[in-house]
Ligand binder design. Sequence first.
Ligand SMILES: Cc1cc2nc3c(=O)[nH]c(=O)nc-3n(C[C@H](O)[C@H](O)[C@H](O)COP(=O)(O)OP(=O)(O)OC[C@H]3O[C@@H](n4cnc5c(N)ncnc54)[C@H](O)[C@@H]3O)c2cc1C
Length: 427
Amino acid sequence: MTLRQECLWEKLTPERPKANALSGALKVDVCVIGAGITGLSAALHLLEQGKSVCVLEAHETGQGGSGRNVGLVNAGIWIAPDEVESGLGQAVGSKLVTTMGAAPALVFSLIDKYAIDCQARREGTLHMAHNARGVADLQSRCGQWQRRGAPVEMLTGAVCHEATGTQRIAAALLDRRAGTLNPMAYTSGLANAVTKLGGKLFHHSAVTRLERQGSTWCVITERGAVNAEQVVIASNAYTEGEWTELRRNFFPGFYYQVASAPLGGEAAARILPGGQGAWDTRQVLSSIRRDAAGRLLLGSLGSGTNKPAWFLRAWADRIQQHYFPELGAVDWESTWTGTIAFTPDHLMRLFEPAPGLVAVTGYNGRGVTTGSVVGKAFADYLVSGDAQALPMPLQPMQNVTAAGLRSCLYEAGFSLYHAGQCLRVVI
Ligand SMILES: Cc1cc2nc3c(=O)[nH]c(=O)nc-3n(C[C@H](O)[C@H](O)[C@H](O)COP(=O)(O)OP(=O)(O)OC[C@H]3O[C@@H](n4cnc5c(N)ncnc54)[C@H](O)[C@@H]3O)c2cc1C
């Protein structure tokens, strides 16, 4: 079977929102740039508070990271809670930890409130220890979250083997706050809710200029212009054009996925039988999940677009045979890649470069929950003017030094590691 370059989530979400390109002039309270989870969550929460809103999207809804990610609805950020608090200070750190710990609940409440049909599963996530150091790290994380009252637990021995479906994992951290979804369907559902509440969504409307005009903003596209009191820049890792400094505040990295054909049979049913999404503690991690049709989805850091199909198949075979040897040969159907906005310290950045203009980047690969939270927080901040609404303080924009070099080094490191996996030098 040929391995198609195709995002599975697009295929599984045939009814995606349709919208025209902006043409002519429009006046709204708030203009949102980017129809991903952040921009759409901002738009939705602004509309709920009575603001008039338009969303300008360079391509189509969800075509950035939001529609092509793994679909893990993670609780917390990458960094363990104690480290967040010691790094940012108790007050700022504990607010971020608490907000992001509760973030899956916000995602699931939006899904319920707007009846978003997106294969949402709320059985949690499994962070799987691949070696003794991984076990120690997860035990420490587990203790830190438990001290904060979070419903997390370590699974070991037979319970762990049963939950993960693999004998290769000795311990896993089950986080019951979290879950999985089809990210394109979630993003499309947010967009549908925006238009239902009267928001105006425009596709194929890339912003090319942003100008201050007296006390308002003029957001300019090829064929139109929006006059708005306030602007949310939610273009994140996919920022196009030179109209904003945002793209210099992160360095891009990539993540690819490979999805099998739907798998039946007993061996397949034993993989993650509880419906959790999983990833391992390797530094170049592998993510593992299944979709509603029983496909097996494997993913890892790095770009799949610069790798031949045979290499991606060999990599997927290697990971599958390591974790799930009893499956036998698997047909790999599709592969796709997305861009992630990384920051050197793995923390997001919130900006207000001018009055009435807010921007964000640097989710470091955790944007389903973070984007939903930040979008809501931006809406609350723009309406109330109270910076306490934000999950962390605003910062001045600051270019990431040697961003291009960092991206190249990351990509080279990931590719080398994957080649080592295929050659059975490492796993
Ligand atoms: C492959 C992959 C796997 C991931 N897995 C997970 C996961 O399992 N869980 C998780 O929480 N996070 C994950 N992430 C991260 C997550 O997907 C992102 O952080 C999140 O989607 C970012 O959402 P966003 O709305 O901020 O930006 P995006 O979804 O990237 O949206 C930005 C939008 O802005 C538009 N845009 C750009 N420039 C302009 C312009 N000039 N004018 C108008 N529009 C413009 C783009 O076209 C794009 O649609 C993953 C990311 C990738 C790439």
